[in-house]
Design a protein around this ligand. Structure first.
Ligand code: PEP
Ligand code: MN
Length: 338
């Protein structure tokens, strides 16, 4: 339930209303004070509330019922778009956020070289997997803690904040210390223990859409993080499984305006995992920005033919520079900046 307050409502009156509601038990009240609007977002068992009791407060403008099961992630709870600060890089504002780097950190030369190249082309955040969720247990699993160290060195050399995927709750302390943006991969989108524990940190979280997750399931996963108190969630559409096999996944571009309508959280697109084909990354990156995404995440490798993971969908630094040029042009058309 949402209670919209009249303009100019005094704090004292808001407190009186809040006390009355929390006094009913089982309900928490989240005040959201915006530039034009102050609202109270109610979470919990609102069936105990008699609307006429609320309407009797003179400060109440209107009461709205929230049909969706996600509350804190709901745009009704937070009409302004959320801007997440990733070590100084703002994601969700006018400026687009481009995250780029290799699928996996392979060695120091590789990650520092790619980091410098993507920075020169205009990327704002460096990506690199250290813990890799591979389909086969016999495939390269990532350099793990050593990979995180190498990423930190690349951050030091370039100044780019870093994003990397976490797979287990036992690594949360290490990730909080070393990484600027913690990625929850598609395969862990419904690892609710991991989500809850990440919710207890205040680190920005990049939440990828699950392989077969509906938009509502994806937003409910964001809700798990936010319900614990961490509001810093960025969503990432990375393609979903459909009957189509030509592409690795089907990029659901319609999910971007849908998420923008339903939620205030920033949302980016990963055209690399979304298509699985390097030559499709550029057109889909353009489309992502055109459709309203707040940025993209792209896999870039110095030598895709010999990459230890996802070489077929990784672009070379020269192609990434072209992608950035395209993004700049589309950004101007849709009123964004790079
Ligand atoms: C990745 O970004 O390296 C990755 C494994 O992505 P996803 O979880 O979307 O498959
Ligand atoms: Mn990958």
């Amino acid at each position: 339930m949402i209670i919209v307050l009249k303009k100019g409502t005094e704090q004292q009156e808001m407190d009186r209303l809040t006390d009355m509601i929390t006094g009913l038990g089982g309900i928490t009240v989240n005040p959201i004070v915006g530039a034009d609007l102050t609202i109270l977002g109610l979470i919990g068992d609102t069936s105990r509330i008699d609307p006429s009791q609320i309407e009797s407060f003179r400060c109440v403008d209107k009461i709205m019922h929230v049909a969706e099961p996600f509350k804190k992630a709901n745009r009704m709870f937070h009409p302004e778009p959320t801007v997440v600060d990733v070590a100084g890089v703002k994601v969700g504002g006018k400026k687009l956020a481009v995250m780029a780097g290799p699928c996996s950190v392979e060695n120091r030369d590789q990650i520092t070289y790619v980091a410098q190249k993507v920075k020169d082309a205009g990327a704002a955040i460096l990506r690199g997997g250290a813990f890799k969720p591979r389909t086969s247990p016999y495939s390269f699993q990532g350099l793990k803690y050593e990979g995180l160290e190498l990423l930190c060195q690349a951050r030091e050399a370039t100044g780019l904040p870093i994003v990397s995927e976490i797979m287990s709750p036992r690594d949360i302390d290490v990730f909080v210390e070393k990484v600027d943006l913690i990625q929850v991969g598609a395969r862990n989108m419904q690892n609710f223990d991991l989500l809850r524990q990440l919710g207890q940190t205040r680190k920005p979280i990049l939440l990828k859409r699950g392989l077969s997750a509906t938009i509502e399931e994806w937003l409910m996963s964001a809700e798990y993080i936010m319900a614990e108190g961490n509001p810093n969630v960025i969503l990432c559409e990375r393609g979903i499984r459909t009957f189509e096999t030509y592409t690795r996944n089907t990029v659901d571009l319609g999910a971007i305006p849908a998420v923008k309508k339903l939620s205030h959280l920033p949302v980016i697109v990963d055209p690399s995992h979304g298509t699985g084909k390097w030559w499709m990354v550029e057109p889909l990156a353009r489309a992502a920005i055109a459709v309203g995404a707040d940025g993209v995440m792209v896999e870039v490798h110095n030598d895709p033919d010999h990459a230890l993971c996802d070489g077929q969908q990784s672009i070379k630094p020269e192609v990434f520079a072209d992608v950035m040029d395209d993004i700049r042009k589309i950004a101007a058309v849709v009123g964004r900046e790079v």
